[in-house]
Write a protein that binds this ligand. Structure first.
Ligand code: ADP
Ligand code: MG
Ligand code: ZN
Length: 625
């Protein structure tokens, strides 16, 4: 509990105490205290003795006043009023008669409950409800959900105390680091910038694919500048209750201003900063997100970066961010954090290798070369997996083989050795993978073959053929795409050949990928002559909304749709024919690979090469086609 909460509890407790005190006092102050309680029989005795002047018959009691000559007192005292409780359910006509006989003046009296009770009877519940409501509303305004009366749920992480990340921990993003140097410098000595009057960027948006180190970089900026680091994730803002997100934004900025100089980091900015217009376009209107976004915009406008608060944010979908957020004076500086290239991957591996005991002869370059397309998070994962594998092996150091196995694990998933296949199925999978492998070894533009295996590594797969590009590829030519489709069709075609045209369900995934590729060639890359260099269909997914189902705006006619189908089929069928020719011509090596796969289950490149060169009758023809 923080101090504010304590105050609130004390306030509530005092309120309750006051109410209880009023109740207690009011019960004491009742007029009945001015009488003397006697038993019914004593009362009767006094009455029969003729000591009473008047008697009041109330609902529950009898009050009689003693005659002055009996008491011998000048002034009436409280004890001269006798009070007796009436006997419940007893016929008192006898009593009335005796009262008459004694010539006592008597009358009835209706007991009144003290007014305070009446008032409290309705004031108290109202007060109680108001109090609960008030506390709840205050909670809500301070950022907790209305349903969570327990703990304040605003997650604003001040990580300044354990902020040890520096630029040395972030490798391979040199341009981004260069851009952020300025921010670090400003946070270190704001006075220098204030004197010159230069305007420091308020907001820095880190843009890049997941796992490239955006969060890490933001922390490193705080670590380098030695300032506080407040972080909150965009998705934490967006809750069920309207207004909660906005309150959290307000809270975040309030806290940050107190702790300046500091960094406020909003992870997954797209969760709140999604373009407002696009939301409406699709038909959702998300009030909560809009309020949160508006509050964020207002807060960003409402302070001056000379106060020493720098807002950083990260996203992997910059195209969905609301343009209002990217305007000057808000996130006006964008820093690209891209996928690492070969040299960067080596650097990232080195950073993480420092944390484990690495064998002397391990060459991280070979690992980097094997992992094109992987991001920093994957590489960190590889080093970690390798260390675990080394431990499991009982080794003293992490060796190259651990790293190689770790790459496979991260890239392909765990081996699923436990699956038992029938010999027939094993043969079919071997033939299938041999087909992929041989096509990959034959066509000119396929990525180099690395390994072929009939031990499945991913869910649904029965085997795999691993090809590894030697370097980053930023674009693909038409022949490269066609050869990629050829390799994909290799498995299915080999099955057809070996089993006399009988296909199996095992090629579904290959066919799906081939179809997706060919459709892209036709509709996106303009690689079909009849359709020309145009794009067909405009994808809505990714651009405006992120959704699991791919929405497409169709901007072409029915005839064109038919043509697209026709062209896609033509390209696939031509490629299929080419693959069939290759495999027919190399039937013998294909069968040989399949047999060897049945026996050994996994063949790496060296084994494949040896298999194909050794006493191969058609060895001479094994040149690219
Ligand atoms: P993002 O926020 O871009 O999704 P993170 O910053 O969360 O990625 O990265 C996850 C982890 O991956 C980091 O904690 C770090 O261990 C590792 N990592 C990612 N990029 C790098 C990098 N450039 N250098 C070193 N480690 C990195
Ligand atoms: Mg992140
Ligand atoms: Zn396949």
């Amino acid at each position: 509990m923080d101090r504010k909460q304590w105050h609130r509890w004390i306030f509530t407790a005092l309120n309750l105490a006051a109410i209880l005190a009023v109740l207690y006092v009011s019960s004491r102050v009742a007029p009945s205290s001015e009488t003397k309680e006697v038993s019914y029989s004593d009362f009767l005795t006094e009455l029969r003795a003729g000591h009473l002047t008047t008697v009041q018959v109330a609902e529950r009691e009898l009050i009689g006043v003693l005659k002055p000559e009996v008491t011998n007192a000048k002034k009436p005292q409280p004890e001269h009023r006798l009070k007796a409780t009436r006997l419940p359910g007893v016929d008192e006509s006898q009593l009335l008669k005796e009262l008459e006989d004694q010539h006592v003046s008597f009358g009835g009296k209706i007991e009144e409950t003290p007014w305070i009770w009446g008032v409290l009877g309705w004031v108290f519940p109202v007060l109680l409800i108001a109090m609960i409501y008030g506390v709840g509303m205050r909670r809500l305004a301070q950022g907790g959900g209305a349903m969570t009366f327990g703990k304040n749920r605003a997650k604003i992480h001040d990580e300044s105390s354990r902020m040890q990340v520096t630029f040395a921990d972030v490798a391979g993003v040199d341009e981004a680091k260069l851009e952020l140097e300025e921010v670090v410098d400003f946070l270190k000595q704001p006075a220098k910038y204030q004197k010159l009057g230069g305007r420091i960027p308020k907001g820095v948006l880190l843009v890049g694919p997941p796992g490239t180190g955006k969060t890490l970089l933001a922390k490193a900026v705080a670590g380098e500048a030695r300032v506080s680091f407040f972080s909150i994730s965009g998705s934490e803002f967006v809750e069920m209750f309207v207004g909660v997100g906005a309150a959290r934004v307000r809270d975040l900025f309030q806290q940050a201003k107190v702790k300046a100089p500091c960094i406020v980091f909003i992870d997954e900015l797209d969760a709140i900063g999604k373009s407002r217009s696009s939301g409406r376009q699709i038909g959702f209107s998300n009030d909560e997100r809009e309020q949160t976004l508006n509050q964020l915009l207002a807060e960003m406008d409402g302070f001056d970066s000379s106060e020493g608060v720098i807002i950083m944010a990260a996203t992997n979908t910059p195209e969905v961010i609301d343009p209002a957020l990217l305007r000057a004076g808000r996130f006006d500086r964008q820093v690209l954090v891209d996928r690492p290239d070969l040299k960067d991957r080596v650097a990232i591996l080195r950073v993480h290798a420092r944390k484990v005991r690495m064998a002397e002869d391990v060459n991280l370059e070979t690992i980097a070369a094997r992992t094109p397309g992987m991001v920093g998070a994957d590489l960190a994962n590889i080093i970690n997996e390798a260390a675990l594998l080394a431990v499991r092996r009982g080794g003293e150091q992490v060796e190259l083989r651990d790293l190689e196995e770790a790459v496979d694990r991260v890239m392909l998933g765990l081996e699923k050795k436990s699956r038992v296949m029938s010999p027939e199925e094993k043969e079919r999978v071997s033939v299938h993978e041999a087909g992929h492998a041989l096509v990959a070894l034959t066509v000119k533009y396929a990525d180099p073959l690395h390994r072929v295996s009939i031990i499945p590594r991913s869910i649904g797969a029965l085997g795999y053929t691993l090809q590894l590009p030697t370097q980053e590829r930023y674009l693909m030519t038409q022949p490269q795409l066609e050869d990629q489709i050829a390799v994909l069709l290799g498995g299915r075609t080999a099955e057809e050949l070996h089993y006399g045209g009988v296909a199996s369900s095992g090629a579904a995934d290959d066919l799906e990928r081939a179809t997706a590729l060919v459709r892209q060639m036709v509709t996106r890359f303009g690689m079909s002559d009849p359709l020309g260099p145009l794009t067909y269909g405009r994808s809505l997914a990714g651009k405006f909304i992120k959704s699991s189902f791919d929405m497409e705006e169709r901007n072409y006619s029915e005839q064109t749709a038919e043509k697209i189908d026709e062209e896609s089929r033509r390209i696939v069928e031509t490629t299929h024919k080419r693959v069939a020719e290759i495999l027919m011509r190399r039937r013998e090596p294909m069968e040989r690979i399949a047999r060897e796969l049945m026996r050994k289950e996994t063949l790496d490149r060296a084994e494949l090469d040896a298999l194909l060169t050794a006493e191969s009758p058609d060895h001479a023809t094994l040149t690219p086609v």
